[in-house]
Write a protein that binds this ligand. Structure first.
Ligand code: AHG
Ligand code: MN
Ligand code: MN
Ligand code: MN
Length: 334
C-alpha cells in the first residue's frame, strides 16, 4: 500500500526545491524559477545527446574556446545562456564557452549569478560515453552595481551547486546547502523524480580516479599517494583505478561508491586543468554537503578566491578519509 501511495506521490525536483525553499520565508520562488530554467536546459541537452549521432551533432564546431569546441559544446551553451537570461532571475553568467562573463541587460536582471560548464567531458561526445553539465550559483551583491567581483568569490559563498549527467539514465544531482539529492529524468513524464534522497559519500573508498598518463609530470605527494593506492604498505588491498575522463561521470561514481577523484597540478599545468568556478567549486560544494571533502594541494578547495573567471586549480575530492591521506602527504612535504 505504501509503495502504491509512494508511486502516485511524485516528488519532482521542482516540488523538492519548493519544499526546501519553504525554509527561506524571504524567498519568493525566484530560486525555484531559476532552477526550472536550468532543468529546461538539462532536458534539452539530454535529448540532443541521445540523438547526437543521428542528428549530426557530433564533430567539431570549428571555433575554439582555447580548446577544440564540439558542436554540442556550442549548442548546449547557447541553450543554457538563453534559458538563464530569459528566466529573468540572473545577473551575471560565467560559461566555460564564453571568454567574457555575460552581464544580463537591466530589464531582465535577477539576483543570481550562475557559473556553468554546459557540456563537460566533450572528448567523450563522439564515442557515446557519459558527459554532463555542471553549475554553481552565487547571490548577486548589489543588483544596481553589477561587477565581476560578484563571481570572483570563494566557493564558500555559493548558495547552490549541481550537475546533470547524460549517461544510461539522465541524473541531476543538486545541493542548496541542506545535503545532496539525486533526481532521475523520467522521459515519459519529462520530469526529474527524486531517486537518490540525502546522498552521503562513504568515509573511505576502494577506487582512485586519475589520468595516470600524466604520472611523469606529477609532484612528489601526488606520486606517493598514487603509489600507495597501488602498493599499500599496510597490507590492505590495492585500490581499483576507474577513470572515465568526464569529470561529471567520475565525480558521480565517487559520490555514490566512495573513493577519490584527483586532477593534480603537474609540471606542464601548475594549476592543474579543471576550472575553479564551474568545475572545482560546484563539485567541492557537493562533496562537502555529502560528508566528503575537497582539497587543492594547499587548502580547502571552497576557500580559494578566483582572480579570473576561467582560473584553474588542482583538485583532490571524495571520501573524507581518502582526502585526509593526500592532505597528510602534502603537509609532510611543505
Ligand atoms: P570539458 O569537456 O568541459 O572541457 O571538461 C573536460 C575535463 C573534465 O571533464 C575531465 O575530468 C578532464 O577534462 C579530463 O582531462 P584529461 O583528458 O586531461 O584527463
Ligand atoms: Mn572544454
Ligand atoms: Mn568540463
Ligand atoms: Mn565543457
Amino acid at each position: 500500500h505504501a509503495a502504491e501511495a509512494q508511486r502516485t506521490d511524485l516528488m519532482t525536483i521542482t516540488r523538492h526545491v519548493l519544499n526546501e525553499q519553504g525554509r527561506h520565508p524571504e524567498s519568493r520562488g525566484d530560486f525555484t524559477i531559476l532552477l526550472s530554467h536550468i532543468v529546461l536546459g538539462c532536458k534539452f541537452v539530454a535529448s540532443a545527446v541521445n540523438k547526437a549521432g543521428l542528428a549530426k551533432l557530433i564533430g567539431l564546431a570549428g571555433d575554439t574556446n582555447g580548446e577544440e569546441q564540439k558542436k554540442l559544446d556550442v549548442l548546449s551553451n547557447e541553450v543554457f545562456v538563453k534559458a538563464l537570461v530569459s528566466s529573468g532571475r540572473t545577473c551575471v553568467l560565467v560559461s566555460e564557452e564564453n571568454e567574457e562573463a555575460i552581464i544580463v541587460d537591466a530589464p531582465l536582471r535577477g539576483k543570481y549569478c550562475v557559473c556553468f560548464d554546459p557540456l563537460d567531458g566533450s572528448s567523450n561526445i563522439d564515442c557515446g560515453v557519459s558527459i554532463g553539465t555542471i553549475f554553481g550559483i552565487y547571490m548577486i551583491k548589489d543588483k544596481d552595481n553589477v561587477t565581476l567581483d560578484d563571481v570572483l568569490q570563494p566557493g564558500t559563498d555559493m548558495l547552490a551547486a549541481g550537475y546533470c549527467m547524460y549517461g544510461s539514465s539522465c541524473t541531476l544531482v543538486l545541493s542548496t546547502g541542506n545535503g545532496v539529492n539525486g533526481f532521475t529524468l523520467d522521459p515519459s513524464l519529462g520530469e526529474f523524480i527524486l531517486t537518490h534522497p540525502n546522498i552521503k559519500i562513504p568515509n573511505r573508498g576502494k577506487i582512485y580516479s586519475v589520468n595516470e598518463g600524466n604520472a611523469k609530470n606529477w609532484d612528489a605527494p601526488t606520486a606517493k599517494f598514487v603509489e600507495k593506492c597501488k602498493f599499500p604498505q599496510d597490507g590492505s588491498p590495492s585500490k581499483s583505478l576507474r577513470y572515465i575522463g568526464s569529470m561529471v561521470a567520475d565525480v558521480h561514481r565517487t559520490l555514490l561508491y566512495g573513493g577519490i577523484f584527483l586532477y593534480p597540478a603537474d609540471q606542464k599545468s601548475p594549476n592543474g586543468k579543471l576550472r575553479v568556478l564551474y568545475e572545482v567549486f560546484p563539485m567541492s560544494f557537493l562533496m562537502e554537503q555529502a560528508g566528503g571533502q575537497a582539497f587543492t594541494g594547499k587548502q580547502r578547495a571552497l576557500e580559494l578566491v578566483p582572480r579570473k573567471i576561467h582560473d584553474r586549480s588542482p583538485i583532490f575530492l571524495g571520501s573524507y578519509d581518502d582526502v585526509e591521506d593526500i592532505k597528510a602527504l602534502y603537509a609532510s612535504e611543505s
